[in-house]
Design a protein around this ligand. Structure first.
Ligand code: NAD
Length: 474
């Protein structure tokens, strides 16, 4: 067996080691959690250039500024935020006590759940492993991570960097493909976080259900943009092009398609191509333009565009020639895509932007609501009433207003999908709560009225229940 692949048999052993260590040591203190978070920050800070090189090698070119912006900076910010907020998050919460139970005390304390499994995809191979890890450690847990097999250099480096800073009883990285992923998801974790596609998410949830393991599923889908007719086209085109072309569209929260006012859709489509050409004047040797992860993914994007064009969509292409040396897929806009085409049914996950004409705000909202609930929704308007109407009448995991993808990197906002785009949010306080058990504790006072109501029930019980509930027990 390949040395870099973790044998499925050893997965159980690793889980048992983490469990035993957790049982022996109990919940870590505030100082221990802060120390663990500092180690993650140090890993990101000192390892960032090696990580950026590894990701670029895995992609065949990944823009290094994009790696720092999307994988390193949000990780460091999330760990620092958790370190600062932990005392408040960990504090026990006093809760009210009903009149019948006074003078008792009620409180909630947040306990680590134990060992959390993390399964990650390839598209942000650092932030989608280290991001969950930060919240898992903040909540005081142990963690086993299974990164993607499509980013082997990054996954191996992550394993090395983590092993240098954490004992395997606390954090361990296991390596392998889908078969290891499957075996991993059959482990009786105390919680399992899966980030990946909706179809695999279904399988993961099924496997977890066998052991009644609670899951957090961070899945994909088609995130729409609603462009209202009051918003100027040029800045909208710029912000949408930036969000779409970041990581060459291989972003779970990338704007998938745009619902544009019917009369300006064509002009908007041209402006998006202008913006793409301004940002990426050429592909050949351009380190800023990220490549598509594999030949299979590259070929699929070509098929989606060709099918939409054959069915009547109008394709606008970036003018610079792609040489084919690197898997650079040219930024492409498809105006009036056929709604039954794969382009409009499947998550695109590449630098292809369908622009759909919409007759009114109402029809745009109906379009979104007729489809599965998306991970993200973007809206462009300067009218507060329009903004409110879209926020009130649609449901999505998260939203950026008058921008794209930026909500994802906010350390103090919950991040997660809804329905087919996922379940359970993490990041910040929501992440701490996600991986903690809220344990309710009741402590009776020196006196409890219930003491008088134990059997055999006589006059005292009857009088008390009459007074408390109005019950006439005769
Ligand atoms: P994927 O579902 O193919 O794989 C994700 C991980 O699951 C990999 O580590 C893989 O080895 C493992 N895996 C595959 N099959 C498995 C199985 N049957 N059982 C257990 N594990 C299995 O996803 P991908 O192609 O790596 O990533 C792209 C998808 O991820 C897109 O749909 C994208 O939208 C989604 N995504 C979502 C988020 C989010 O936060 N919501 C973030 C990034 C990507």
């Amino acid at each position: 067996m390949d040395q870099r692949v973790t044998a499925p048999d050893s997965l159980h052993e690793l889980l048992e080691r983490q469990r035993a260590s957790f049982a022996a040591e109990g919940a870590p203190s505030l100082a221990q959690r802060r120390d663990a978070l500092r180690r993650v920050e140090a890993l990101l800070k000192s390892g960032q250039m090696r990580l950026a090189d590894a990701i670029s090698a895995d992609f065949g070119n990944r823009s290094k500024p994009e790696t720092v912006l999307s994988e390193i900076m949000p990780g460091i910010a999330a760990a620092a935020h958790a370190r600062a907020k932990l005392p408040g998050w960990m504090r026990r919460e006093r809760r009210t006590v009903g009149l019948n139970f006074k003078p008792a005390k009620n409180w909630v304390e947040y306990q680590p759940v134990g060992v959390v499994g993390v399964v990650a995809p390839w598209n942000y191979p650092v932030f989608l492993t280290v991001g969950p890890l930060i919240d898992v450690l903040a909540a005081g847990n142990r963690c086993m991570i299974k990164p993607s097999e499509l980013t082997p250099a990054t996954s191996a480096l992550l394993g090395e960097l983590i092993a240098a800073r954490f004992p395997a009883e606390q954090v361990a990285v296991v390596q392998g493909d889908v078969s290891v992923g499957r075996a991993f998801c059959t482990l009786p974790f105390d919680h399992l976080v899966f980030t990946g596609s909706t179809n695999v998410g279904r399988e993961v949830m099924r496997a977890a259900a066998e052991n009644l393991v609670p899951v957090t599923l961070e899945l994909g889908g088609k995130s729409p943009v609603i462009l209202a007719d009051d918003f100027p086209l040029a800045p909208a085109a710029r912000k949408i092009a930036v969000g779409k072309l970041f990581n060459a569209g291989q972003t779970c929260t990338a704007p998938d398609y745009v619902l544009a006012p019917a009369e300006s859709a064509e002009r908007f489509a041209e402006l998006v191509i202008d913006e793409a050409e301004a940002m990426f004047p050429a592909f050949d040797g351009n380190p800023d333009y990220t490549a598509i992860i594999s030949d299979r993914h590259f070929a699929r994007l070509g098929e989606l565009v060709a099918e939409a064009e054959a069915q009547g969509g109008r394709v606008l292409r970036h003018r610079a020639p792609a040489t084919g040396n690197v898997r650079h897929f040219p930024p492409t806009v498809v105006l009036d895509p056929p709604l039954e085409s794969r382009l409009m049914r499947e998550e695109i996950f590449g630098p292809v932007l369908p622009v759909v004409r919409s007759e009114s705000l109402d029809s745009a909202i109906r379009f979104v609501n007729a489809r599965p609930r998306p991970l993200a929704l973007y809206l462009f308007t300067k009218e507060p009433a329009t903004e409110r109407a879209i926020l009130d009448r649609t449901i999505s995991g998260g939203v950026t207003v008058n921008g794209t993808i930026v909500h994802t990197g906010q350390e103090d906002l919950p991040f997660g999908g809804i329905g087919p785009s996922g379940m359970g949010a993490y990041h910040g306080r929501e992440g701490f709560l996600r991986f903690s058990h809220a344990r309710g504790v009741h402590k009776p006072g020196f006196f409890s009225g219930l003491e008088f109501m134990r059997p055999p029930h006589g006059r005292k019980t009857r009088l008390a229940l009459k007074a408390l509930a109005g019950a006439d027990l005769g």
